[in-house]
Each structure stands twice: as structure tokens, then as C-alpha cells.
Design a binder for this molecule. Structure first.
Ligand code: NAP
Length: 341
């Protein structure tokens, strides 16, 4: 099989294609002939040695795929060879083959292409669990999505549009027209505008009910300040750590020292909540993810949702794909294409 390997920590060019032996599924796994692998920001951080507990040099990166089952372990009953599927791999998806635990395999919704399917698992499950499980997002709530034009951001917009929810999105300004077309009610350019003032003016001083924030320390402070009564802030990433191509110790130190410290009595007195979400940390509680996937798939089918794929790159161009995302060029998801193998 052909796989994209993290040869060492560093810039995008540390990603190299290698020929490896074919995989054998274990008794509870299916082997997928991969068509597309989704790229997630986590892999950019992992490449830069910025992801706690992330893959080590010598590993295959990647957390999600779409493709066709070509081999199954003896305990697998619910799938057949030839089934089109998508799934979560935790690591090892930048490859022409991936073995996936049967609990993490998701049958393809009928209306999905394999290209759309690779853009689905990580971003939609993450958005869904934050919005409707942790975040308890309700009709008529106001919802602030930081990084609205990214993978998780565009998934969150689509899911929010299935209900009557007012959406505020922050992103680079060139994405605003696309965000408005998707139904975002208020766009804010975090580079140029005063986010606090824009939000408070838009909400008549009331603030917002739910915020999903993967940006980092300074932004979490701002997000907390614009929470409404019963407002919830969900922290699920730290993109501020990524500056340039490689880990910068000073940037990391500054980020760590700027982290807000929330005081329990303040949370109570202000009727605010701060929570964390990490899709990769459900060991022993996988059923909670499975339950959300079932509800999510119903929502997707009932509303005919389709993931937004910005662009796919040949697997040979994985460094270009990482650079494209790091240069903030993507609107929606970026994929690696293994379909020709
Ligand atoms: N906790 C979890 O389980 C979980 C799961 C999935 C994703 N995440 C997190 O969610 C965030 C979004 O993930 P994603 O895969 O959907 O990525 P993404 O949003 O597609 O990431 C790329 C976009 O992020 C924005 N950005 C903000 N800071 C950046 C920086 N320092 N360098 C480059 N781009 C930056 C840029 O958009 P603008 O310029 O428009 O802002 C860029 O286009 C990431 O922090 C990721 O780690 C967490």
C-alpha cells in the first residue's frame, strides 16, 4: 500500500510517500480500500509536534477515510465486502488502505459521494456532539462559531441551519460571502473588527448562548465575555499554537501563560459554563460517540446535508495540502485522493 508518513516533526515537506506492506484487519476490524482521506487541523499540529499524545515520526497521519471494504475480520457481521463506508481511524488514514474498528465504521448515506464522505466523520461528529450533546443548543438560541469557514465550522453551520438558530461566524473576510450564502446571520473578520463590539451590537447587549472556540487563550477570554446567561463556551482546539511551519517554543510558552483560569464562584454568579470537547478521548465511552453518530445520520438524511469539500490533492501532494490549509486558503474540507491506486 502507499502511505503518507510523518518522517520527522517539522514543516509540510516532512510528509513523504512510502510503499508499505498490506494491512490485515484484526478480528473486529474491516479493511478499507481508501478513496479519500480527510485532512484535519489536528494533523498539522501533530506534524509540528504540537499535539499532545499525537503520532510519532514513522507513523501514518490521518483520522478519517472513505472507501470500499475489501477484507473483514471474522467477528464482523454488519458489513459486507464491497460496501461503501466512511470512518474514524484515530491515526493512519493517509494511506491507500486503512483498518477500522467496526464500531467506528459508518455506512455511507445514500446521497453521499465517496468524496463527500471523507469530509464527514471528524468534523460533523465533533460539531454535532458539541452543539447538541454538550451544548444543548435550542431553537432561537444565538450560536457563535469561531473559524466558521473551516471544516468543523461549515459542518456546524449546516447543522445549525436544521433548526431556527441565529448564527454568528468569525473568519477571514474573503470567506464572508460564502458564509452568508450558507445562512450565517452575522460575519466578523477577526483580523480587522472588534469582535466584542460586533457581537454585543448584534445581540442588543444580550450576548450568545453557545460558542465553539478552537482559536486559543486570548480568544477564550473574549468568548467568555460575550456569553449570555446560561451561555456555554466549548473549547476544542488551540490554533494559536500554529505560527509558521514549525513548532516555535516562544509562541507555545506565551500561549500557555495566557490561558484563562475560570473561578467556580464566578461561573455560578454569572450563569456561565466553560466546557471541553475531544473526539479522540472517548476510550471506554465509545457508545456515546456511536449514539451521536446515529442521531447525526438521521439529521443528515432528513435535511439532505452534504459536506463542503473545498479541494482534493493527490496523496503525492500531501505537503501542498497541509500548506494550503496553513495558509488559510480552505473553505470547508481538504482531502487527499487515493482513488487512482
Ligand atoms: N477537539 C476535537 O475533537 C476536535 C475535532 C476536530 C477539530 N478540532 C479543532 O477544530 C479546529 C478546526 O479544525 P478543522 O480541521 O476544521 O480545520 P479548519 O477550520 O479547516 O482549519 C483551517 C482554518 O483555520 C483558520 N485558522 C485559525 N488559526 C489558524 C492558524 N494559526 N493557522 C492556520 N489557519 C488558522 C483559518 O481560517 P480563517 O482564517 O477563516 O479563520 C484556516 O482556513 C482545529 O483547532 C482543530 O484542532 C478539534
Amino acid at each position: 500500500m502507499k502511505s503518507v508518513i510523518l518522517t520527522k516533526y517539522g514543516g509540510p515537506d516532512v510528509l513523504k510517500v512510502m510503499n508499505l506492506n498490506d494491512l490485515e484487519p484484526d478480528e473486529n476490524q474491516v479493511r478499507v480500500k481508501v478513496h479519500y482521506a480527510g485532512i484535519n487541523f489536528a494533523e498539522i499540529m501533530a506534524r509540528m509536534k504540537l499535539y499532545p499524545g499525537g503520532p510519532k515520526p514513522g507513523s501514518i497521519l490521518g483520522g478519517e477515510v472513505s472507501g470500499v471494504i475489501d477484507k473483514m475480520g471474522p467477528n464482523v457481521k454488519d458489513f459486507n465486502i464491497g460496501d461503501k463506508v466512511m470512518g474514524l481511524t484515530l491515526s493512519g488514514s493517509y494511506s491507500s488502505q486503512a483498518c477500522i474498528d467496526v464500531n467506528s465504521v459508518i455506512p455511507l448515506p445514500e446521497s453521499f459521494t465517496l468524496r463527500e464522505a471523507a469530509a464527514f466523520p471528524v468534523t460533523y461528529i465533533t460539531a454535532y456532539m458539541m452543539m447538541f450533546d454538550l451544548g444543548n443548543l435550542q431553537e432561537n438560541d444565538t450560536f457563535l462559531i469561531h473559524g466558521a469557514g473551516g471544516g468543523v465550522g461549515t459542518a456546524a453551520i449546516q447543522l445549525a441551519k436544521t433548526k431556527n438558530i441565529k448564527i454568528i461566524g468569525t473568519s477571514s473576510s474573503w470567506k464572508h460571502n460564502k458564509l452568508i450564502k450558507m445562512g450565517v446571520d452575522k460575519c466578523i473578520d477577526y483580523n480587522k473588527e472588534n469582535i466584542y463590539e460586533e457581537i454585543m451590537n448584534f445581540t442588543n447587549g444580550k450576548g450568545v448562548d453557545l460558542i465553539i472556540d478552537p482559536i486559543g487563550a486570548k480568544n477564550w477570554k473574549l468568548s467568555y465575555s460575550v456569553l449570555s446567561k446560561m451561555g456555554k463556551l466549548i473549547i476544542y482546539g488551540d490554533q494559536n499554537l500554529v505560527k509558521g511551519d514549525k513548532l516555535k517554543p516562544l509562541v507555545a510558552m506565551k500561549e500557555i501563560y495566557s490561558m484563562p483560569k475560570y473561578k467556580p464562584m464566578d461561573l455560578m454568579a454569572n450563569n456561565k459554563a466553560v466546557m471541553g470537547y475531544h473526539l479522540g478521548r472517548f476510550k471506554g465511552h465509545e457508545w456515546k460517540v456511536k449514539r451521536s453518530i446515529n442521531n447525526l445520520i438521521k439529521l443528515v438524511n432528513n435535511n439532505n446535508l452534504h459536506p463542503i469539500v473545498d479541494k482534493n490533492f493527490s496523496y503525492k501532494d500531501a505537503p501542498k495540502a497541509h500548506r494550503y490549509i496553513q495558509n488559510r486558503k480552505n473553505f470547508g474540507k481538504v482531502l487527499l485522493d487515493f482513488s487512482s491506486i
